[in-house]
Write a protein that binds this ligand. Structure first.
Ligand SMILES: NC(=O)c1ccc[n+]([C@@H]2O[C@H](COP(=O)([O-])OP(=O)(O)OC[C@H]3O[C@@H](n4cnc5c(N)ncnc54)[C@H](O)[C@@H]3O)[C@@H](O)[C@H]2O)c1
Ligand SMILES: O=C(O)C(=O)C[C@]1(C(=O)O)C=C[C@@H](O)C=C1
Length: 305
C-alpha cells in the first residue's frame, strides 16, 4: 500500500498507539513512525520491543516535522500534551487523537491548535482491557469502526485521515462530537460503569476471590470481570469528561432497572419475558447486520509472536 503520511508521531505509547504502530507497519502507510511517552520506563520498553522507528525523549522533538500527530493519552491529559506540542507542530500537519470522548477533547485541544494545523478528532471503537506499550497488536482495528468528528475541518485532510484509518483495517464514519458522546455513553461508557459496579458488588460480598466463585463463575460474570479490569485512569477520565451524556443514560438505566426489580418482586413473568424478547431481537439484529466482529485475539502483533 502507498504511504499516506511520510512521518507520523504517536504521543503516549499504550494499547492504542502500539496497535496503531503495528497496523501501520502491516499496511505500509507511514514512511516513519516516531513515538513519545511520558515515562522513561515506557520509552525503554518501546525501544526494547521495537515499538516505533524512533522513540524521542520529548513530545516536541517527536512532533517536529510530523505530517500526522496522534494524541494517544488519556482524555484528561490531552490539554497538557496539546499545550506542550503546539509550538513544535509543522505548518500544514494534521493533529488528531484517539480519545473515547470527543467534545471534551475538542474543547481541551482546540485552543492550542495553530492556525496552519488541521485538527481532526477521531475515535477508534476498538480496545481491550489491557494497557501499556506491550498490549498492542496489528489486528485490533480490523473491521471495527473509527469515528471522525471533523467539525468543519479541511475536507481533503479529513478524506486523507479516513484513508489512513481504512488502511489500518477500520470502517470509517463521520459524526457530530456531541452525538458521538451520547451514542458512546449508551454503547460503551455506561456498560463499563455497570461492569465496574457488578464486580464491585461481588467484591463487597467477599466472594470474588473465593475459589468457589472463581471456579464456577458463569460466562456473564467473567465478561464483567474482563471489562472491569480496564485501565482506571482512562475510565476515570471518560466519566469525568462525558458527564452529562453518561448521567442521562444512567438515569434511564436506573428507571428500567427499578421496573425489572418490581417485576421480579411481583412475580410478573410476562413483563420479564417481553423485556428479554425485545433485547434478544437487538442482539440478533446486530449479528444479521454483520456487526458482531469480536476482537480477533488478545495476542501480540504477528512479528513478535
Ligand atoms: N483502551 C481502549 O479500549 C480504548 C479504545 C479506544 C480509545 N481509547 C482511548 O485511547 C487513549 C489511550 O488509551 P490506551 O488504552 O492506549 O491507554 P494506555 O494506558 O494503554 O496508554 C496511555 C499512554 O499515555 C501515557 N500518558 C498518560 N498521561 C500522559 C501525559 N500526561 N503525557 C504523556 N503521556 C501520558 C501513558 O503513560 C501511556 O503510555 C485514551 O484517550 C482512551 O480513551 C482507548
Ligand atoms: O473491548 C473492550 O475492552 C472495550 O471496552 C473497547 C471499547 C468499547 O467497545 O467499549 C472501550 C472504549 C473505547 O473508547 C472503545 C472501545
Amino acid at each position: 500500500m502507498a504511504v499516506i503520511y511520510d512521518r507520523v508521531a504517536l504521543i503516549g505509547l499504550g494499547l492504542i498507539a502500539s496497535s496503531m504502530f503495528w497496523a501501520m507497519k502491516r499496511a505500509g502507510v507511514a514512511g516513519e513512525v516516531v513515538g513519545y511517552a511520558r515515562s522513561v520506563e515506557t520509552r525503554d520498553t518501546a525501544r526494547r520491543i521495537g515499538l516505533c522507528d524512533v522513540v524521542c525523549d520529548s513530545a516536541a522533538e517527536a512532533v517536529a516535522g510530523a505530517d500526522l500527530v496522534v494524541l494517544c493519552v488519556p482524555v484528561g491529559a490531552m490539554d497538557r500534551v496539546a499545550r506542550e506540542i503546539a509550538p513544535a507542530l509543522k505548518p500544514g500537519a494534521v493533529l488528531s487523537d484517539v480519545g473515547s470522548v470527543k467534545r471534551a477533547v475538542i474543547e481541551a485541544v482546540g485552543p492550542y491548535v495553530p492556525e496552519d494545523v488541521h485538527f481532526i478528532a477521531a475515535h477508534p471503537l476498538a480496545g481491550t482491557e489491557q494497557s501499556g506499550p506491550e498490549a498492542g497488536f496489528a489486528e485490533l482495528f480490523d473491521n471495527r469502526w473509527c469515528l471522525l468528528t471533523p467539525e468543519g475541518a479541511d475536507p481533503g485532510e479529513t478524506a486523507r485521515l479516513r484513508r489512513f484509518w481504512e488502511a489500518l483495517g477500520s470502517k470509517v464514519d463521520e459524526m457530530d462530537p456531541d452525538h458521538h458522546d451520547l451514542v458512546l455513553a449508551v454503547t460503551s461508557h455506561t456498560p463499563h460503569l455497570i461492569a465496574y459496579t457488578m464486580v464491585g458488588v461481588a467484591d463487597d460480598l467477599g466472594r470474588v476471590t473465593d475459589s468457589e466463585v472463581v471456579n464456577f463463575s458463569a460466562a456473564g460474570f467473567r465478561d464483567f470481570t474482563r471489562i472491569a479490569a480496564s485501565d482506571p485512569t482512562m475510565w476515570r477520565d471518560v466519566f469525568l469528561t462525558n458527564k452529562d451524556a453518561t448521567l442521562e443514560i444512567l438515569g434511564r438505566f436506573t428507571e428500567e432497572l427499578f421496573a425489572l426489580q418490581r417485576a421480579i418482586r411481583q412475580g410478573d413473568g410476562e413483563h420479564l419475558h417481553a423485556y428479554f424478547t425485545r433485547t434478544r431481537a437487538i442482539r440478533r439484529g446486530i449479528i444479521e447486520a454483520g456487526q458482531d466482529t469480536d476482537v480477533p485475539n488478545f495476542g501480540r502483533n504477528p512479528e513478535k509472536s
